[in-house]
Design a protein around this ligand. Sequence first.
Ligand code: TYD
Length: 403
Amino acid sequence: MQCRHCNNTAVIVNDFGSMPVANAFRNESDEDSFRYNLTTSFCDSCKLFQINDNPEVTQMFHNSYPFFTSTSKVMVNHFSEFFQEFKPDSSTDSFIVEIGSNDGSLLAQAKNDGFHHLGVDPSGNVVERAKNRGINAICEFFTEKLAKDIKTEHGMAKRIFAANVICHIPDLHDLARGIKELLATDGLFVFEEPYLGSMLEKVSYDQIYDEHIYIFSGISVQSVFAEYGLQLIDLQEQSTHGGSMRYVIAHEGFYTPSGEMLNILDREKEQGLNKIETYLEFANKCEKRKSELSELLSGLAKNGKRIAGYGATSKSTTILNYCNIGNDIIEYFCDTTPEKQGKLTPGSHIPVISRADAQERLPDYFILFAWNHAEEIMRFESESMPSNVAWISIIPKIEIVPR
Ligand code: TYD
């Protein structure tokens, strides 16, 4: 297998089989959607953990992209703190860019603080939502060419932010050239993504789906950007998305790397993030999780128990299709996103309904697929969910949660 980034040999890790696009929620009457083979590999040269095939980016990001950052209050607060921590000292002459600005949850802060800013996002519907809030945003993929155009029109950026986006970009060479071009001499490129170390620790293989072309570590990010004279200067662990890492990048030699970053890089080596054996062990654990979940659910279904899903996440598409779980086992999903309600889950064809509709037909068990929002959901559900409904946890382990 050839590494999609450096063209050296990459070793195949997982084979999750045939998959639909993770966010391709469909109407009952729609044709069955496009499928591709979801496999992963690890490259011993550049240390990138990656998926081997992906649908065209335009199949994943388009005018009816069903994800809006503002559906989670916790995430909105998180982005507000993210911006406040990294915003430049003065708003005069400080241009801020966000790659993958979605509905403008982060840039709303830049706007309120009077910064000249620009959001870049390829999904028209989310860009419209941001513009309606008075945020400057354009509907484009971030490329080196676009970076040059932005620089010509707005000048260089003191900050380039991105959250849960950089792992979506197949061509990291083009991205790094774009950052090099647009970032001011003393500027910072700060991005955060689901973290490979957490994924391996929790066996959260549901982080692997079409949009996550790479799952990054400090080691791999350092290697990718170093090639373009950009230096990793800090790493900050985040609890969001079930375990994320914030990467801080600057022009080489401008800032001194933090001690915490060096500690995390050492820890990654201890954890074996630089070795193929670690990944092969992970693949075995994924297979084990698959059998455990299938056994638990088919046992409950055989006993006439009604099971529903909570949170129709992109992540759940990998679990449902890999573990062959369909509408014979899961009766429905409840989800707060209006764009997903009334539709069927990709590949598994399970209806998605609102939380209010679910109240009228509560199951015996709710599987918490939106496990990354567990705290927020449990805070709400501790008051709303009757005690005869039990929760099933799937990450970090499969269990019926004792009440
Ligand atoms: P997300 O965290 O973005 O996961 P992914 O990246 O895998 O799609 O999605 C969370 C989903 O869960 C989203 O569809 C909204 C839904 N959700 C609820 O239904 N209730 C809630 O309280 C929260 C926080 C999210």
